[in-house]
Design a protein around this ligand. Structure first.
Ligand SMILES: [Fe+2]
Ligand SMILES: [Fe+2]
Length: 385
């Protein structure tokens, strides 16, 4: 960028500086980047892609990407906090914790750490938006859904509903397959989890003080174990979705800094997914396999034994199988998938989560707001403003 101050650009550097000081209160910013940066800002106002990369201002598309991701992280945080209150390292429901620990003794720690990560994602994205003079995302008015009545749950309004979920478990067979949904492939459910709670509902249904032997021996223990197993699959479902969403959004980012944010947060979503993928498998392997919820009939079979087992179901095949990618003429590649807008963009993510019952009970206004954020993010295109 030429450092000669422009005389014909509108607004000029001085006006921009005053505007910026008003909006973000960061006088030091323009002083720091000097004349070249100020000229870039003026160029940005004229709409050149390169200018945005230097200027510190976000393009409309980059702001829309980060706003949708901030919304997604607020929703993620809300659901993870519900899990943490009941089953985290300081969780308040001992029987739920015991049932989760039947999947892995570290489950409460992982739940708390994952919750911390989501809080940090939401807070960072909103703070970054603010630092760029953009509106942060606030979903507080939609915290209207009921809490669980079980011991341990705070009685506060929620954004998300974990009380009756259709957990999509096709991620399990998708990542064991050599096919890719971006080429139109579809994948069977590993476990059919329909209308099942992922957190205990109340203390009469699942008493908080009961033991959780492996295998469970009475109906209430089976119910609680099925709820914990459902959570185990839901954790991985959420985080594989985040892995694909961030991958897809990264392809739309224009500024290198926004790209850095998207791929760096996206990497931790993948990390989460990998851990939960491993843990979920313990619900469908010996000695825990075979649990059936006496209320809903949801059953967690042994996926290592016929009619399951093999490449598509074996529980320790948790590394992503090389799959079709970009072109079937190229060698198969172990990748995050899907990563096309139609399968993993913002609207696809919103529609998918809605289909699972995660937002059951939310208002039309909530869905309008979510969809508006999603459409804006999907409209972002790399380098075009
Ligand atoms: Fe996150
Ligand atoms: Fe996440």
């Amino acid at each position: 960028m030429e450092s000669t101050p422009s005389t014909e650009s509108t607004p000029g550097p001085a006006e921009l500086e005053s505007h910026w000081n008003k909006v973000v209160g960061r006088r030091g910013f323009l002083m720091g980047v000097g004349t070249a940066g100020a000229t870039a800002l003026a160029g940005g106002a004229l709409g050149t892609a390169a200018a945005f990369a230097d200027s510190g201002r976000l393009s409309r598309g980059d702001a829309a990407i980060l706003r949708f991701l901030a919304a997604a992280e607020l929703l993620e945080t809300d659901l993870w906090e519900q899990y943490e209150e009941l089953g985290g390292v300081n969780g308040g429901n001992p029987a739920y914790i015991a049932a989760l620990e039947n999947l892995d003794g570290d489950m409460p720690q992982y739940i708390s750490d994952n919750t911390d990560d989501e809080r940090s994602h939401a807070a960072f994205l909103n703070a970054y938006l603010r630092s760029k003079g953009e509106e942060p995302v606030n979903l507080d008015e939609f915290r209207t859904l009921p809490s669980s009545k079980a011991t341990g749950a705070k009685q506060i309004g929620r954004l998300t509903n974990l009380l009756k979920l259709n957990v999509d478990t096709s991620w399990y067979t998708r990542y064991r397959s050599t096919q890719n949904p971006d080429f139109g492939a579809t994948f069977p459910q590993a476990v059919n989890i329909k209308a099942e709670p992922a957190i205990p509902l109340n203390d009469s249904d699942t008493p908080p003080g009961m033991s959780q032997p492996v295998p469970p021996t009475n109906a209430k223990q089976r119910r609680m174990q099925a709820i914990a197993n459902t959570a185990g699959f839901h954790f991985a479902m959420i985080e594989q979705g985040g892995s694909s969403l961030y991958t897809t959004m990264s392809l739309k980012a224009s500024s290198l800094e926004v790209l850095r944010i998207v791929v760096s947060i996206g990497g931790t979503e993948v990390n989460h997914f990998a851990v939960w993928h491993d843990k979920a498998g313990n619900a469908v392997a010996q000695p825990l396999a075979g649990v059936k919820d006496p209320e809903t009939g949801v059953t967690f079979p042994d996926l290592n034994s016929p009619p399951f087992g093999g490449e598509r179901f074996q529980t320790n095949l948790i590394m992503p199988e090389p799959a079709d990618f970009i072109s079937k003429a190229l060698p198969q590649c172990s990748v995050i998938r899907p990563s096309l807008d139609k399968n993993a963009g913002a609207m696809a993510a919103a529609t998918f989560l809605t289909s699972t019952g995660l937002f059951a009970g939310q208002s039309q206004k909530f869905f309008r707001a979510l969809h508006a954020l999603a459409r804006a993010a999907d409209s972002a295109h790399r380098g075009m403003h």
